[in-house]
Design a protein around this ligand. Sequence first.
Ligand SMILES: Nc1nc2c(ncn2[C@@H]2O[C@H](COP(=O)(O)OP(=O)(O)OP(=O)(O)O)[C@@H](O)[C@H]2O)c(=O)[nH]1
Ligand SMILES: [Zn+2]
Length: 352
Amino acid sequence: MAGRRGTSGARGWDESDVRIRPGKGSRPRTKRRPSHDDAAAAMVVSVDRGRWGCVLLDDGPTHAAGTRVVTMRARELGRTPIVVGDHVGVVGDLTGARDTLARIVRVEERSTVLRRTADDSDPYERVVVANAERLLIVVAVADPPPRAGFVARALVAAYTGGLTPVLCLTKGDLDDPSVFAAEFTALDVPVLMVGVDDDLAELHETIDGRISALIGHSGVGKSTLVNRLVPDAGRATGVVSGVGKGRHTSTQSVALELGAGGWVVDTPGIRSFGLAHVSPDDVVAAFSDLHEIAEDCPRGCTHQGPPADPECAFDSIEDPATHRRALAVRELLGALQSNDPWELGQDRNDPA
Ligand SMILES: Nc1nc2c(ncn2[C@@H]2O[C@H](COP(=O)(O)OP(=O)(O)OP(=O)(O)O)[C@@H](O)[C@H]2O)c(=O)[nH]1
Ligand SMILES: [Zn+2]
């Protein structure tokens, strides 16, 4: 069931973060739920303090597909987490008229979940975005310089949540991107150049018609990118040297519709990426061949290699490509152990 509510604004938690106890699944059971067979299918596109903005997905007797409605959570759902990207059933006034409030009566099973914890020891995981197929990890080649640790964390979140990661590099006009990009080739992470001088056709191919979540440090050019993808998004672009803006304010996740169909979910409120809920084996499980190989590891192996794991089966992989990949996954596991979830927070206000 949902845990305590956020009180730690100083750490930049977001009101839209919904906490669930790890291991309990994302949908707490509720007692004898009314059937609501007539509920209209909708997708959650914004969250704001107990109100969810939803877009209706199909035409119905009293409503039209594409209508946006403001909703509240029906009482029988208890504290069931509802996040951007969730597919839900809604009832009530579905006209979308001003001052109307519909009700979410059902949350569908999720196909993917982007999760995080506030820090690496926080027992409560938060679902950030549901049902996103892609995780767009936006990194600047320079200004601010890339942080491999952040990318590793984002990759772990993608692999363990069922999302396909795409590394989106901005500011390729300022420095050579190839060195940084090369770090991730062993994992077959697609790398796309998406800076102001780059054509976005390839990115569109990957995201059109799907839900994609977007994460990255402040100042890397996320807003600039979102504005190009969704020209009427009207998001403010700032300067990297600017004073920290809105770090603790209630910036929410919001889904923006792409012209060609599909959604990009921007997550401006997310300033840290704790992975307390992730174990090394969760990461390895995302790679079916490595998962099989890891069965030959001694019990409790963290796959770090010597000295911690002198008998890790990763070290006796003969196929060079598989071995390279295993070592790349080992790097990701290293990021899990770094105990530094504040990778996203160390931006404008970071003196370093
Ligand atoms: N040289 C160069 N500058 C860029 C590029 N993309 C964005 N910028 C600049 O980088 C600065 C930051 O861009 P934003 O789009 O505001 O960055 P952001 O990631 O949205 O940052 P927040 O709004 O703080 O989250 C702005 O001055 C942009 O004009 C690029 O490809 N090349
Ligand atoms: Zn091992």
